[in-house]
Design a protein around this ligand. Structure first.
Ligand code: ACO
Length: 378
């Protein structure tokens, strides 16, 4: 194995062929199955987009109706899963709760028939349907309340907000939330998707695939950054402090959360759409003092780091949107996971179509041929 081929983090190394999403990081362009994200955010819905990602084509009207219907009626979770979740410590992070609950689904749906399209479809429906219910259930249970049952009259996004807040959401809030899910549904070969694909390549069950991806998404360099953005804005406190904060980070080589991306070298197109959604919410429900800080921070980061290609990423404005929707900060990443299940499932399906188990190699850098010193002599 040649050392020249080695790239830490596999940076720039293609690990698979995929026709699911396309990113041009220099132009700030993202397409799902060839369709621009701006178009989907404006005209599609999260479930229609999920269908597109997973099966490669936009559904016909009847296909979409059937898909939405199936998901609507599979939202409930078994009481044993709820009981298991009740035993989780309320101080635990909701991402850990989600990872454990997603993995637990594998206990209940243990049949594995990866070459059967009906099995694949059922797993897709179950995961898309039940993950939001599990996120909302943990949120209520950790507050000491009973979980709220899904409401069959509400569509996907509205139902999640209903289960979370125990009341029907405002129409604009539900619409904005649905667009947020669309924006987060897929993003090519990132860490959690790679994790899902490695797990999928062993031909294990889809619940283990999603559980491993959830675990990977939770880290602060990946999906966990949106939580840290809010903490950072809190710490900065007011727009006047933003400049000193950025200068201190640059001087001490500290990462500014919500900025920078391995692929985008301009502003993330999703950040632009999220900023617009945040403004729509502020216009209807009143502003957020953090937004003023965010605007000033973005201006200064662009000034100081724009020449290095460091601009706002998807996580920068998503937290402000979720805050306005009344969502607690530590649910931001589980919500990211609710959306990204669509992308992970698309990659799972694609992986199965031409599977080869992931088994990279390594460059051994340890010692060889050492003597064993008996314990009595150490
Ligand atoms: N703030 C300040 N400087 C930064 C930032 C940032 N957010 N991001 C990168 N840089 C600087 C680095 O210090 C480095 O500078 P140097 O060349 O002088 O040493 C240079 O830009 C390259 O940085 P890397 O970390 O090597 O870039 P990489 O492509 O590996 O990192 C990453 C991408 C992990 C997203 C990084 O930008 C980061 O940590 N951002 C903050 C966390 C964040 O917002 N994550 C969410 C990403 S989007 C997502 O996963 C959904």
């Amino acid at each position: 194995m040649s050392v020249e081929l080695y790239r830490p983090g596999l940076e720039g190394i293609p690990a698979a062929k995929s026709s699911i999403s396309f990113i041009d990081g220099k132009q700030g362009l993202l397409e799902y199955r060839g369709i621009r994200i701006e178009k989907l955010a404006e005209q599609s819905s999260f479930l229609e987009t999920s269908y597109l990602l997973i099966w490669g084509e936009l559904p016909s009207q009847s296909e979409l109706r059937a898909f939405e219907h199936d998901i609507r009626y599979h939202r409930r979770i078994k009481y044993r899963i709820r009981d298991m979740m009740k035993c989780f410590p309320e101080s635990g992070h909701p991402m850990d709760a989600l990872q454990a609950s997603a993995a637990a689904l594998g206990l209940f749906y243990s049949r594995r028939a990866l070459d059967d399209p009906t099995y694949i479809r059922n797993a897709v429906v179950r995961l898309l349907a039940k993950i939001p219910t599990m996120v909302a259930a943990f949120q209520l249970m950790r507050k000491g309340n009973d979980p709220v049952q899904p409401c069959d009259d509400l569509d996907y996004a509205a139902n999640f907000l209903y289960m979370l807040n125990e009341r029907e959401p405002d129409e604009l809030a539900a619409h904005v939330f649905d667009v947020c899910l669309t924006l987060h549904a897929e993003h090519s070969m990132n860490a959690s998707t790679f994790s899902a694909m490695v797990t999928a390549s062993t031909l294990t069950d889809p619940y283990a695939v999603i559980a491993s991806a959830v675990g990977t998404l939770g880290g602060p360099l990946h999906g966990g950054a949106n939580e840290e953005v809010i903490e950072m804005l809190e710490q900065i406190g007011s727009p006047e402090n933003a400049e000193a904060y950025v200068d201190d980070c640059v001087k001490n080589k500290k990462k500014i959360m919500g900025f920078g991306h391995r692929v985008y070298k301009v502003k993330d197109p999703r950040a632009t759409i999220l900023q617009d959604l945040a403004e729509k919410l502020f216009a209807k429900f009143g502003g957020d003092r953090y937004y003023e800080i965010a605007l000033e921070l973005e201006r200064i980061v662009e000034d100081r780091l724009g020449s290095k290609g460091i601009y706002a990423n998807v996580d920068f404005y998503s937290g402000l949107v979720y805050r306005k929707l009344g969502i607690p900060t530590d649910l931001f990443t589980p919500i990211f996971a609710i959306a990204r299940v669509a992308g992970w499932l698309a990659h799972w399906k694609e992986q199965l179509e031409e599977n080869r188990i992931f088994r990279p190699t390594q460059i051994y850098s340890g010692q060889r041929d050492r003597a064993y010193t008996p314990l009595s002599e150490r």
